[in-house]
Write a protein that binds this ligand. Structure first.
Ligand SMILES: *[C@@H]1O[C@H](CO)[C@@H](O)[C@H](O)[C@H]1NC(C)=O
Ligand SMILES: *[C@@H]1O[C@H](CO)[C@@H](O)[C@H](O)[C@H]1NC(C)=O
Ligand SMILES: *[C@@H]1O[C@H](CO)[C@@H](O)[C@H](O)[C@H]1NC(C)=O
Ligand SMILES: *[C@@H]1O[C@H](CO)[C@@H](O)[C@H](O)[C@H]1NC(C)=O
Length: 542
């Protein structure tokens, strides 16, 4: 063998060795930026409103926050003159303090069809409160004492096709109720499923994962199993198998869940799937209270609930995670963000923050769905939050594993900052592919089953078969669950066509009824080759 050939083999060998030692999963994307170093409170609950403001609140018994109430106001009967709720204006990147009178800690809420945020429950003097926030530049919370029949602490809410919200469970509340009530005497039907899934020592079924199934029933997941539930008849319609492994996924074992994108075709959705990821193993709560922090779960269970005989399919995440948030991105991918890799939810009970988000592509083959994203520098553990913004960024806030504001000499100081994660679809390298919506106008009313023409621009030309229109609901996020979260891929029948140079039109059919998308505010996106436009607010109406 000639010397030069030996040299070539030698070089090839080095190359092969190099490739073998390269990181196995090099793909990483997305970027982080701090929006505000301090918003004064720790964003424990967040809701995006249809005027691009985000309401946030923590709790009234955290002590004095880092933002004062306006005009020297103080809470009645309290020496605390600081705010525990704020309104963040996305466009101007500014904060305005709001006043909650009673404790909103670990509560829940729903954006109502008229754009008001209706918050329910909380702790102590907040147990049975309903609080309503209608956004305007001087508006503040209004409170309804005894607005609830039962005490609701760690409950889950969902908007219903009739425009009301259902409020399910809460600590020692094995029942559900509605807001507003049909009548003053409307009761709170009992919900035995919450008794059956309640581990008496740990609970593990708080903040149940609830989704509106497109036939009008509710999918409810608690602890390690799920049912389909007719709330009007108070009847279990279907019982799903226990998730393999039987590990708990709800608070304080706090995993997260999403209803995967609903693809409409000729007025129906053929496949309805739920994905539940992460959490903490059985016994982790007791162990964490004794100073032993069990590794978080690295599994997800995915189930096609529309199958006649649905079964869980298990998948493994690249990073184990407890207290993660799962968000549907405008292009139908799932983002898993925030949380820790050991311990459970609760004061001082989480360890080893997971700084890197992970994306999940539901349509890829098993084994090639997850991709680790670039990390943040800020631990976001217990009481952290994330919501999708209209421009496609993800707003990230909160994290306070202490029962007061604590900034020094602790593992994970109280986080007052607000941060944004920009998924890689916002990279400037994609700008020639990015659609810009020209019509309809923002706030357009869309009627069930009717055609909607959407015109848009794309500077770099369009692959006509790679355009989809999605509708995303603004969800209420707390404790790693986004209530009311859903994404619909509208039926376009491949109707995209060019109108002129760089302008295009796609005609889509609106969802057939409120069972698919309750009448309310949604963000409409045009997505081209998985790159979403900035969305526009639209209003689904009868
Ligand atoms: C509290 O707010 C002030 C500005 O009002 C800021 O300088 C300070 O860093 C904030 N404290 C924390 C812990 O973020
Ligand atoms: C303040 O305290 C007074 C006297 O105890 C009570 O009547 C009133 O309802 C309290 N106000 C609030 C907002 O809690
Ligand atoms: C629930 O049950 C009631 C009473 O039988 C029925 O009218 C309603 O259609 C059912 N809901 C669904 C979504 O099937
Ligand atoms: C659009 O075209 C693609 C590729 O030709 C096809 O697979 C798909 O079924 C079409 N979709 C509709 C809604 O007609």
């Amino acid at each position: 063998m000639a010397f030069s050939t030996i040299l070539l083999y030698h070089h090839l060998l080095i190359l092969v060795l190099f490739l073998l030692h390269a990181p196995p999963c090099p793909a990483a994307g997305g970027s982080w930026s701090i929006l505000l170093p301090s918003i004064g409170i720790s964003a424990m609950h967040m809701q995006l409103l249809p005027n691009d403001r985000v309401v946030m609140y923590d709790r009234t018994d955290f002590g004095v926050s880092n933002i004062s109430l306006p005009n020297g106001k103080c809470r009645p009967n309290s020496t605390d003159c600081s705010a525990h709720s704020v309104e963040y204006d996305v466009i101007s990147n500014t904060i305005r303090p709001l006043m909650v009178l009673t404790n909103v800690w670990c509560s829940s809420g729903t954006l109502m069809p008229d754009g008001r945020l209706v918050q329910t429950g909380g702790w102590a003097d907040g147990y049975r409160r309903v609080k309503i926030y209608k956004s305007c530049s001087k508006c503040d919370w209004k409170e309804i004492p005894n607005g609830l029949n039962q005490q609701r602490w760690y409950a889950t809410n969902h908007l219903l096709p009739d425009g009301r919200q259902i409020i399910i469970g809460g600590r020692q509340a094995f029942n559900y109720e509605f807001y507003p009530k049909m009548s003053a005497s409307e009761n709170s039907p009992s919900f035995p499923f919450l008794v059956q899934t309640n581990d008496p020592n740990v609970e593990n079924n708080l903040y149940p994962f609830v989704f509106l199934y497109p036939d009008g029933n509710l999918f409810v997941f608690a602890n390690n199993r799920a049912i389909l539930f007719n709330y009007s008849k108070n009847q279990v319609v279907k019982t799903y198998p226990t998730m393999p492994g039987g590990q708990p996924r709800n608070y304080p074992s706090t995993g997260s869940a999403v209803l995967l994108p609903l693809r409409l075709k000729k007025g129906i959705v053929e496949s309805v799937e739920v994905l539940v990821c992460g959490g903490a193993p059985k016994g982790a709560f007791a162990n964490a209270n004794n100073g032993r922090f069990d590794g978080a779960l690295d599994t997800c269970g995915r189930i096609k609930i529309s199958d006649p005989n649905p079964q869980w399919v298990m998948e493994t995440m690249p990073l184990a995670r407890v207290m993660g948030d799962m968000l549907l991105l405008p292009n139908g991918h799932v983002l898993i963000i925030n949380g820790a890799s050991a311990g459970v939810a609760g004061w001082e009970l989480g360890r080893n923050p997971v700084l890197s988000p992970v994306t999940y592509r539901p349509d890829n083959q098993i084994g090639s769905r997850f991709e680790v994203q670039n990390p943040s520098t800020k631990p976001r553990v217990y009481h952290s939050t994330a919501v999708l913004l209209r421009d496609g960024r993800v707003l990230v806030g909160g994290s306070n594993p202490h029962d007061k504001y604590v900034f020094t000499n602790v593992l994970y100081p109280t986080e007052l900052s607000l941060e944004a994660f920009s998924p890689s679809y916002l990279d400037s390298s994609s700008s020639s592919l990015r659609p810009r919506i020209l019509s309809p106008k923002s706030k357009t009313k869309i009627r069930y089953g009717k055609r909607v023409d959407v015109t848009f621009m794309v500077s770099g030309g369009v692959d006509l078969k790679s355009v989809v229109v999605t509708l995303v609901s603004p969800s209420f996020n707390t404790h790693s669950f986004s209530m009311n979260q859903r994404l619909l891929v509208l039926d376009s029948g491949n109707s995209t066509k060019a109108l002129g140079k760089s302008t295009y039109k796609v005609s889509v059919t609106a969802p057939p009824s409120g069972n698919f998308a309750p009448s309310s505010n949604y963000i409409l996106y045009v997505v081209h080759k998985e790159i979403p436009s900035t969305g526009i607010w639209v209003r689904m109406q009868r």
